[in-house]
Design a protein around this ligand. Structure first.
Ligand code: SF4
Ligand code: SF4
Length: 469
């Protein structure tokens, strides 16, 4: 007997989802409108600053500054980005533990862009039966025109997406002008092209295959599920009854008659399968392809409404609830995620709100650490770099704390006038006549004392050390 070879590749079967209306579909449209509004309009939002670009959100790599409304992020504060990523991961774990794949179903870029591509497809090619007919029809002018128009519109959305993403990295109005006159820098064209191609391929051609085969989250999220997690489920006991689902023929139309005959509430209409963007039959249980978009819930609720039967044959529920047990949404695991999430968020907010307006770094000259002068005094040298991150001009004075008897000379001057976003280096010599028996290393602090108005920032004090020999 010969064994048939294992097929490692399965060709994609085109999915033509039917449209559906209902509360989850409306919620998805609302999220879609909000996400597109924010993404496409944000680069055009102007923002008044004393210095720097007048764009609300701008990631200015050449200037090494991220402008986020009134916040300016400098390279030394890039750990905020790491904090933001940690918070995003914790939020994902927390939400997945409570409500399953809501990120996938409602907020993921792949879902949002695929949704728009499907809307375009429907607009150009018609509802599901018309699209299936068109796919099967022989090539002709009508088919060519409809498919070409679909792909042109997909490419237009992909290009708008790519260009908009690029606008976050430069002044948007200027970049658009330069882009279409061929004067934009090469990375702007390369980024736009890359995003255009990936958007078109992922949302237009690959679609559910991105979620099923490419997305790592789809693979590991099942370990975050437990019997209390809310998932889109088919109520098998109600739908099948003792003798299985059954189409509503003349004898078995009424619910009571069906129940008496041992049949459940599922009339096997297939609507829940037809609306599914990933081609899943939710009646076969939880499957990795299911992105929990809940469109099958809307579909089945619509059928139940038409029949006058209670909604919820397909619904958000937990495995425990389906088996007649209590659902505990907040368990130690999810509470743990929630607490860590709150702590991480509070730490990040505290760090952003409390970051000083002046950033100071002190570097001591090491070679040599100290020099004994002909006068008997010992001299140490330092380079102090001062950044004005406050967004307004500052007047500062450099002073020494905790080194009695020491003298300091500063080049160019201990008085500093710093424009917003300006950086200055100070070259400092500190001299001290050491006393007999004094320790080799003395600790002291450099202090930058704001001068002038009471609204100036707090003084900044930086520790350093003086070597007496
Ligand atoms: S939509 Fe509801 S009634 Fe129709 S097949 Fe699906 S589960 Fe059964
Ligand atoms: S089975 Fe239902 S929830 Fe899952 S992807 Fe399909 S329509 Fe969405």
């Amino acid at each position: 007997m010969t064994e048939s070879p294992v097929q490692l590749y399965r060709a994609r079967t085109a999915i033509h989802p039917r449209s559906v209306s209902g509360r989850f579909r409306n919620a998805k449209y609302a999220v879609l409108a909000l996400a597109y509004g924010v993404f496409f309009l944000l680069p055009w939002l102007r923002w008044s600053r004393d210095v720097g670009p007048q764009q609300a959100l701008l990631f200015d790599l050449p200037a090494r500054r991220f402008y986020v409304f009134d916040l300016v992020v400098h390279p030394q504060e890039i750990f905020w980005l790491a904090g933001l990523l940690v918070i995003a991961a914790l939020l994902l774990f927390f939400v997945t533990g409570v409500a399953g794949r809501v990120w996938c179903g409602y907020f993921c870029f792949q879902t949002l862009w695929t949704d728009v591509y499907m809307l375009i497809e429907r607009l150009v090619q018609g509802e599901q039966p018309a699209r299936i007919r068109l796919a099967k029809a022989p090539w002709g002018m009508a088919k060519l025109f409809k498919l070409a128009l679909t792909h042109v519109l997909w490419l237009a959305v992909a290009f708008a997406t790519g260009l908009t993403f690029t606008l976050y990295w430069a002044d948007a109005p200027a970049l658009v002008g330069h882009f279409f006159t061929g004067q934009a820098p090469f990375p702007a064209y390369a980024t736009t092209l890359l995003l255009t191609v990936t958007t078109y391929v992922f949302a237009g051609l690959a679609r559910e295959q991105v979620c099923t085969y490419m997305c790592p989250y789809a693979r590991f999220q099942s370990v975050m599920f437990d019997r209390d997690t809310l998932i889109v489920s088919y109520d098998r006991a109600r739908g099948e009854g003792a003798n299985g689902r059954y189409k509503p023929d003349r004898e078995l139309k009424e619910r009571e008659t069906r129940q008496a005959a041992g049949h459940g509430d599922c009339i096997d209409c297939g609507y829940c399968v037809q609306v599914c963007p990933t081609g899943v039959d939710i009646r076969e249980g939880l499957q990795v392809e299911c992105i929990h978009c809940a469109l099958c819930v809307d579909a089945c609720d619509g059928i139940m409404d038409t029949l006058g039967w209670p909604r919820g044959l397909v619904r958000y529920t937990s495995q425990n609830a389906l088996e007649g047990r209590r659902t505990r949404l907040l368990k130690p695991k999810t509470l743990g995620y929630g607490v860590v999430l709150l702590i991480a968020t509070a730490l990040l907010i505290g760090s952003v709100a409390g970051h000083p307006d002046i950033d100071v770094s002190v570097r001591q000259t090491r070679n040599p650490l100290s020099v004994t002068l002909s006068s008997g005094e010992v001299q140490n040298r330092y380079t102090i770099k001062v950044d004005n991150t406050s967004g307004r001009p500052l007047r500062l004075r450099l002073v020494l704390d905790g080194l009695p008897g020491a003298h300091m000379t500063v080049l160019p001057s201990p008085e500093l006038h710093l424009r917003p976003e300006a950086r200055r280096a100070l070259y400092v010599k500190v001299r001290l006549a050491p006393e007999p028996g004094q320790a080799r290393r003395l600790k002291f602090r450099f202090r930058l004392q704001p001068q002038g108005r009471t609204s100036e920032p707090e003084p900044v004090s930086v520790p350093s050390q003086f070597y007496t020999r």
